[in-house]
Design a protein. Sequence first.
Length: 318
Amino acid sequence: MTSTSTNKPAWAGEDWLSRLVNQLIATPLLYRLMKQQARRVLIKTAEKNGVPWRDRVAELDTEELRGSLARITNPNLTYPDYYQVPFHAYDAGNLCWLAALEAEPATQSMALRVWKGESLTSESAQQRLRHSFLEAIAPHLPQTMQNVLDVGCSIGISTEFLHQYLQTRQSQPIETVGLDLSPHMLAVAQQRDQTQQISQWVHGNAEATDFPDNSFDVISLQFVLHELPRQATSAIFREMRRILRPGGLLAIVDNNPKSDVIQNLPPALFVLMKSTEPWSDDYYTFNVEEALNQAGLQHIETIPTDPRHRTLIARQVD
C-alpha cells in the first residue's frame, strides 16, 4: 500500500480548488442537490451489493426503539455547536431517527467502497475494514484489559468488533462501554445488542465525560475525527489522557490524508464528500500526531491500514 508525500489532498484547506468547492457548497440549491446525490451514492452501492437498505431501515424502526429514546438520553447534556450542523446528508446531523436507522446500511456501503475493485460481500468488506484496524493495534495492547471504551460508537458496530476481538485475547472478562453524543444512535445500538455483550451505552460528550480518572485500559476512536473541528479533537485527546490508565492505549482509525485514493478522488466524489462532512478542511489540514503529544499522550506510530484509512496509536505514559 502506497501513499503520496503530500500532507493533504488539494481539495482540502486553503488551496484554490478547495475554496471553489466550498463556494459551490455554500450555494443553497447546489448544496441540497449535492447532499441528495451523496445519499443516493451510498444507497446505490449498498443495494447493488445485496444490502437491503430500505428493508433494514423498516425492520429497525419499531415503537419499542422509539420509546427507548427517553431512557437513554442524558437530560443534562449540552450539545456542542459543531454537532448541531447538517452532516451526512441529514439536516439534523446525527440527532434524528433517519440518520440512526440508516447508519447500519450506510456503514456497510462505506466498507464496500473501500475495495470497489474487488468482488466482496458486505460482510467480508466490513470484516476486512474492522480487522485491519484491530490487527494494527494488537502489538501495542496492554497485557491485561479490564475496561474498554469506544468513543463515538454510533450504533455500536465498531464497539462490537472491538469487544469481541479484545475478548479473544484473554480469558478474563472485559467490560466495554460505548459512548456517543446521539441518543438516537445509542437507542439503535442498544437494540442491536441483543445479547447485551456491551456493558453500557452512554449518552455523553467525549470532551468532558463523567468517567473517573484512570478508568480504561483501551480507548478507541473509530471514524470520528473527520467529523470534528480541531479544537474538539484536542479537547477529546486531553480527556482521553485523563481517563486512560497508565500504560493504556488510545487507538484511532480514520481517513488517511496521504492515501493515493483520498488524494486522487474524482471531483464529483470529493465535492459530494465535502458537502456532507462540514469539518473536512479542519481534519485534512490537522496534525493529529502533534495534537496527541500536546495533549500529554505519547504518539507511537501511524500506519496505513487499508487503501483509504490510517491507524494512529498513542499511549498514556504517566
